[in-house]
Design a protein. Structure first.
Length: 360
């Protein structure tokens, strides 16, 4: 009996400690939770030559979600049903981000929109990935919009995902006069601790006719079970873009839309829940996805810009989808559009490259 009581006592103490730790962690989550300020002015680091955009000249833009430097082709992510919660090593992060930066540089874009860039995160060994990209793109004006600053996630228990600070980096060969961070609507329920903060940046580049090229860079929430969140984010973005167009400006919007950009809304094929077709009718008048200006054959032949990370990349077996791209206003002409095929060498995404012209 004494032995049994002793065992029950030890078990009770252990359970009590676990419960107290769990309560303490929940208190920590609520106490540390915060959303980054909306309408937040962003600092512009100026390195570009002093020049203005002009109409009827060809320019280029590239968007690329670099996946916080973790996604080598053999990497799978625990939140997507895969194995790992961290990148393989610090050295792997350094090489992968450097490789992604050099890939962007090789296309010599006038504007580079790069998403999921970590500043100081457990999952990427606290590497400042923005600094690496700035070295690769040294002659560009650059703006960073922090997407989220998450609390320490104690899961999975074998390798806790930890704390994440990540965001969106814009690089411009032309001077950016100012930039603003806008907060997307996100979940307000308990799931807000797992549905990370989301934002887009609005950056202004002067044109020699007195107008501005207004660049929206975004990383939308993955579609889940909430139509309200998805619709709220699209509505907010659309209203902001329409406002700029009505002011007479040119609007270029690029990034990771976390929607299947190839699929029509009435597509009956099975889709992943995080890759819902983008509702085209929600776009304001005068705006179109560049991908929709291609022929059906050209669209179908495009390389998919992202892969599922539930497993390593196996061609022909891993689920792939196009999540990344550009929206333009009708005073911008799309000259060419390409999804770059690297075989997902540096991320679970591949870049999308656009050539365009500002109309008179």
């Amino acid at each position: 009996m004494k032995t049994a009581k002793k065992i029950f006592k030890i078990v009770g103490i252990i359970l009590g400690v676990i419960i107290l730790a769990l309560i303490g962690y929940i208190i920590y989550l609520f106490a540390s939770y915060h959303r980054i300020e909306d309408n937040l002015p962003l600092e512009v680091e100026s390195h570009a030559a002093d020049a203005e955009l002009t109409t009827e000249k060809e320019y280029s833009a590239l968007t690329y979600n670099i996946g916080f430097g973790a996604y080598t082709p053999d990497f799978s992510f625990f939140m997507d049903g895969g194995k790992s919660s961290w990148a393989k090593s610090k050295d792997s992060v350094l090489k992968t981000v450097q490789g992604a930066g050099e890939l962007v540089t090789s296309y010599d874009p006038d504007f580079a929109l790069i998403e999921e860039v970590d500043l100081n995160s457990t999952r990427s060994y606290h590497v400042n990935e923005y600094s690496i990209l700035k070295e690769c793109l040294a002659d560009y004006d650059t703006v960073f919009a922090q997407n989220y600053d998450s609390a320490f996630l104690f899961y999975p228990f074998t390798q806790p995902h930890g704390k994440s600070r990540s965001g969106l980096a814009l690089f411009s060969r032309y001077p950016v006069t100012d930039s603003l961070r806008r907060s997307f609507p996100i979940s307000t329920s308990f799931s807000k601790f797992f549905d990370l903060d989301r934002c887009y940046s609005i950056s202004r580049v002067p044109v020699d006719n007195g107008k501005e090229l207004v660049i929206f860079e975004l990383h939308m929430s993955a579609y889940g079970n909430s139509d309200a969140i998805r619709e709220g984010q699209i509505r907010m973005l659309s209203e902001n873009m329409q406002k700029e167009y009505e002011a007479g400006n040119y609007v270029l919007c690029g990034g990771d839309f976390n929607h299947d950009l190839k699929a029509a809304e009435d597509d009956s094929t099975d889709k992943e829940s995080w890759a819902y077709p983008f509702p085209r009718e929600e776009l304001p008048e005068h705006f179109v996805f560049c991908i929709d200006q291609l022929t059906e054959q050209e669209k179908n032949d495009l390389w998919d810009s992202a892969r599922n990370a539930d497993m390593e990349y196996v061609p022909g077996e891993t689920y792939t989808v196009t999540l990344d791209g550009f929206i333009i206003s009708d005073n911008i002409e799309c000259i060419s559009y390409e999804d770059i095929n690297t075989g997902y060498s540096y991320s679970d995404h591949d870049p999308v490259y656009l050539k365009f012209r500002l109309k008179k």
